[in-house]
Design a protein around this ligand. Sequence first.
Ligand code: COA
Length: 191
Amino acid sequence: MEQSKQVYAVTDRLVIRQFGLQDTEAFYRYRANPTVARFQSWENYTYEDAESFVGEQIHHTPDQPGTWFQFAIALADSDRLIGDCALHTRLDEPRIVEIGFTLAPEHQGKGYIHEALGAILHYIFRILGKHKATAFTDVRNEKSIRVLERMGMRREGHLLQNYMSKGKWVDEYQYAVLQSEWSSQKRAAPF
Ligand SMILES: CC(C)(COP(=O)(O)OP(=O)(O)OC[C@H]1O[C@@H](n2cnc3c(N)ncnc32)[C@H](O)[C@@H]1OP(=O)(O)O)[C@@H](O)C(=O)NCCC(=O)NCCS
């Protein structure tokens, strides 16, 4: 029987919720896609990797200092998994979090991550009361850069050879938005 999953936010088209075991196949399919993995740390992602990841995530709750929590992004009408957003709460400074995000290729180009991140940043600042949200992206990842800038995040730094990806050191941009900046941006409520 399917477990009941905690829902963190609902938008016009999406549900941001806890992962469930039935998400494993969809999660595996996009993680194993080389286009999706191009600017990410993983490579040759296996079904066993996905089973183990989802199996752990279903027991996690967001905002535990020193840990990553993965929000499942699902279509509101079918509850089908289309992507995810990771939330890292820093151990040394839990008022600052880091986010990362992925969409299955067939669901890109429709504004879903923009919609999901609007709701997740609302959750981060309004529900969790965080001070600052950061994100790191490979400088070659143009789609990710567009998303971050569209969300009103500022480029705070260009970090040289900051990340080992597929056997090579890569440069990253650090993006961030403060709670005060988020609050002053004129935006419609995400849900
Ligand atoms: C990064 C990633 C999530 C971006 O996906 P995306 O589909 O480009 O992002 P969005 O869902 O916000 O969609 C934006 C695009 O949809 C278009 N769009 C279509 N309908 C839209 C709508 N209703 N609302 C907003 N945008 C819409 C936008 O014009 C935009 O296209 P553009 O980037 O060509 O200008 C995706 O490329 C990905 O998963 N990459 C692999 C993982 C990765 O590298 N993650 C980043 C790690 S930090």
